[in-house]
Ligand binder design. Structure first.
Ligand code: LLP
Length: 420
């Protein structure tokens, strides 16, 4: 059982830093997401420290959790941002992340988005295809701007992670195949208003081993040598995100060990290293607190039915992801086996099957652990359930950093045509 440092038990009551989760629940209602500001900072500083002997720009992957309070925390620490949409650029800029620390990834950037990013003056576009670089060139020419680019290279490496979040195999939609890279760079360099500046790679998410990174970086290093031989001025290597976290019992390599792999494979090339971590900054800095609505005894099993569902946290249904579920108040030490499910009308709305946790009854609070990344951002209002509010804790203080929307606001977002 991995009890996370910033969500400790004090006298059998779970806290977020120095605040009792039951106190937050009284004020905010359940379900709610709760983030530890200290945990986010610590995770960021661990990266900073691990990469301190390399010229590095940390670009937090906004997709993991785009809350303004999260982004502001990271902006104040000096973080840049890896974004995948105009919306994420707006979010990052609103939180005070300077444009010159923004890298823009994503397979389908539209003309409007490209123009916006050029006008903002971002650090670089991570280009995913030949047609994309042509479009960037056209728009940059029209705007009289120069677009700094890296191609995202698909190195054809197996990341040993869930198929839905593996991105670096040749069958995946991402990037330019490494075999076609030299030609792509040659064509791009000949386009007007394009400045070729680097190489980018991201092979997947929730990686639990260093070997796939090592293999990918080795291939990238050789490519940088080849590209320089072809006359390109390569000064940036974006090594992507992807270092995993412990959800259950995964033994994750340290950030130092990860940095050492980057240095060993790429250090001799004297490039600026960009890293795009998401999950490893936020994942274990957040939890979802939920109430038990009913305990139901089925024919073969007992169900704990929660007020949080797959619309709040989709990872278990979407990726068969394991999230630890802990009692917020441990009243008894007796363990019981439950299927832990949500209220949504789908069998897939299941957080855990045959899970042993402290015996629980209706009205109890539970904490679903490790959901700071890819939790709130993937939530929906399916079943017309309101998005769970988000709370941030720092020491003994807490604040709601996104309110629970009202039913009225959600329903009024629709409109009925007058010809109906
Ligand atoms: N850079 C790029 C280009 C990415 O596509 C991603 C994640 C990252 C960085 C950040 O990767 P991280 O450090 O978080 O592993 N929703 C899924 C994860 C999707 C990851 C998508 N790309 C989940 O809940 O597991």
């Amino acid at each position: 059982m991995t009890i996370q440092k910033h969500f400790p038990y004090v006298d059998n009551n779970m806290f977020a830093e120095n605040v009792a989760l039951s106190d937050i629940a009284k004020q905010v209602g359940t379900p709610f997401y709760c983030y530890s500001n200290t945990a986010i900072k610590q995770n960021y500083q661990d990266y900073q420290q691990a990469f301190s002997d390399q010229d590095t720009l940390i670009c937090y992957a906004v997709k993991a959790n785009g809350n303004q309070a999260v982004l502001s925390t990271l902006a104040k620490l000096g973080s840049g941002a890896d974004v995948v949409s105009m919306g994420e650029i707006l979010r990052a800029r609103a939180a005070g992340i300077p444009a010159e620390k923004i890298v823009y990834s994503g397979v389908a950037k539209t003309g409007e988005e490209i123009a916006y990013a050029l006008n903002e003056g971002i650090f670089q576009f991570n280009v995913e295809s030949e047609p994309e670089v042509e479009l960037i060139s056209q728009i940059a020419t029209k705007l009289n701007k120069t677009a700094a680019i890296s191609f995202r290279i698909n190195p054809d490496v197996c990341a040993n992670t869930h198929a839905k979040i593996s991105t670096g195999k040749s069958e995946n939609k991402f990037g330019v195949p490494i075999s076609k890279a030299r030609l792509a760079y040659k064509q791009a360099a000949a386009l007007p208003n394009i400045k070729v500046q680097g190489v980018d790679v991201h092979i997947g998410s929730q990686l639990t081993q260093l070997a796939p990174f090592e293999e990918a970086y080795q291939r990238i290093a050789q490519l940088v040598v080849d590209l320089r031989e072809d006359g390109h001025d390569i000064s940036v290597i974006d090594i992507g995100g992807g270092l995993g976290i412990t959800y259950r019992d995964e033994n994750i390599p340290s950030k130092q060990a990860y940095a050492a792999v980057a240095k060993a494979q790429l250090g001799h090339l004297n490039c600026k290293i960009v890293i795009e971590p998401g999950r490893s900054l936020l994942g274990n800095a957040g939890i979802l607190v939920t109430g038990v609505v009913f305990v139901k005894t089925g024919e073969e099993r007992q169900f704990l039915i929660l007020d949080a569902g797959m619309n709040d946290l989709i990872r278990p249904s979407m990726y068969e992801a394991y999230h630890e579920v802990l009692a917020v108040k441990k009243v008894s030490t007796a363990l019981k086996t439950y299927d832990i499910v949500g209220p949504v009308c789908e069998t897939g709305d299941t957080f855990a099957k045959a899970r042993q946790i402290n015996e629980s009854t209706s009205g109890d609070l539970l904490a679903i652990m490790s959901c700071g990344a890819y939790g709130a951002v993937m939530a929906s209002t399916y079943n017309t359930r309101m998005l769970a509010p988000e709370v941030m804790v720092k020491g003994s203080e807490f604040a709601i950093v996104r309110q629970r929307p009202t039913y009225e606001a959600v329903i009024n977002a629709d409109s009925v045509p007058n010809w109906l």
